[in-house]
Design a protein around this ligand. Sequence first.
Ligand code: FAD
Ligand code: SF4
Length: 516
Amino acid sequence: MRNLIVVLGDQLDPDSAAWEGFDPARDAAWMAECSREATHVWSHKARIVLFLSAMRHFRDALLERGIDVHYRELDRNDHRSLVERLEADLDTLQPERVIVLEPGEWRLRQELRMLGDRLSGHRTLTLCEDMHFLCSHAKFEDWMRNRRQPRMEHFYRRMRREQRILVDEDGNPEGGQWNFDHANRERFDASGPPADLPAHVAFPPDACTRAVIEQVMDVFPDHPGTLKHFDWPVTRADALRALEDFTDQRLEHFGRWQDAMWAGLPPNRAVLYHSRLSAALNLKLLDPRQVCDAACAVYAAGKAPIEAVEGFVRQILGWREYVRGLYWHRMPGHSNDNALDAQADLPDFYWSGDTDMRCLKETLRETLAYGYAHHIQRLMVTGLYALLLGVEPAQVHRWYLAIYVDAVEWVELPNVIGMSQWADGGILASKPYIASGRYIQRMSNYCDGCRFHPIQTTGPRACPFTVLYWDFLARHRARFADHPRLKLQVRNLDRRDRQDIEALRARAAQLRRDGA
Ligand code: FAD
Ligand code: SF4
């Protein structure tokens, strides 16, 4: 054998850099389902099914093209790591060269590099750069150089110009502005989302996915989440249909209701106007350029306003590329960041949804049922509560990595450590995303029918978010008193009388000790 192409579970593109010059007569592919990958974080069952089913579909597509695939299916008794299994197979397969697309996780990249060092002189291991991103490592590092305060907005504008996405011939932004945030982010009125809110296209499990579901139920019965609603795209063709479904049905209203939340929707509408494309993008079933182009084509055809399309492109070309750059720039230390010295434990109810706080209960119910929650639910409900409570960021990181179908470390970690927990001390986000229960009340219907009240800070109906919000400001007063974007909130704290603050802090300590 000449080349052995190692395909990891989130590299399901037959045209990736690893396949360059592939010759079916002399080369082969290698893939493995490792139970350790599902257990080193306690993965949601849907996350395991998604990865395994997409891998098996990819294997079958390769076989159909006459490619020799050495595929190792899940073996509950094999606890070796992916690299240990690969190393053992190299002895039998004897390729001259092992080619791997760089993984999306620092730990695995290190293990592969070490394997490369161990291989004997006549065999080499090549790690290729993953070209499924629009900003290469070198370009990002170049942009970061000498930058004291990196900001996503500056990065994003540069990417727009460089990629010529939503800019005119002179490099000016389409619609006359770079940013339409002010026109977006509305809440729904009291009646909720419009009656014609479309259902997302569903991909009911085929025979292959059903077999995976059975196996996962058998091997990982105690893992969190359920599989009743599993309908994620697991092939390239499915992913393309999902993209078309989004651009045809929901993109038009994407920006407008990007931050809105609503409880009580049927499973096929719970995604609201979001794209539901993150998992397909992260597994490389879709390419970010293709996704941006599809959105821009809808704008060019006059079928979606600039506010919606710019808002969507910003997520892919801006945030997605930016967090990926920051992940590799800041690893390995990034995972230990804890700028606010948060030490509390993650409450147990994060794994069960068993809490009286309706915002958390609903978000966790959706998370456990689908392996999905949209950005504001992740940031301003589950993330916000952990931040205000002062949960150790590493524990928050492990939970997010386990619980969402789209979780891959390069994207999950900076979102959790930097954006949601402000544990990097302000590198990703200039200020912590903090808010009281009133924000949740404004953006959702969660507070209706909740046992707590978002405005109350004392008594049995005191909203834990609101209590912990004031406690957060009091705990970190010295750090944020002169912060340009938080000093107003600190001033509001200073206006409260001393006794009131002491009572709030005592209640917060009790919440930390006994739960809500
Ligand atoms: P949409 O709202 O439709 O957005 C379109 C696309 O933009 C997404 O599919 C995604 O690819 C990209 N995107 C949007 N926001 C971000 C962002 N902040 N960072 C990177 N890409 C973004 N995204 C993941 O893909 N995997 C994760 O593990 C993950 N963990 C997160 C953890 C926290 C605490 C937070 C606050 C955000 C996290 N995100 C993660 C980002 C974002 O919440 C999800 O990408 C999004 O909710 C996925 O749903 P969607 O495809 O419907 O997205
Ligand atoms: Fe959440 Fe507080 Fe609203 Fe209840 S009252 S749903 S705990 S924000």
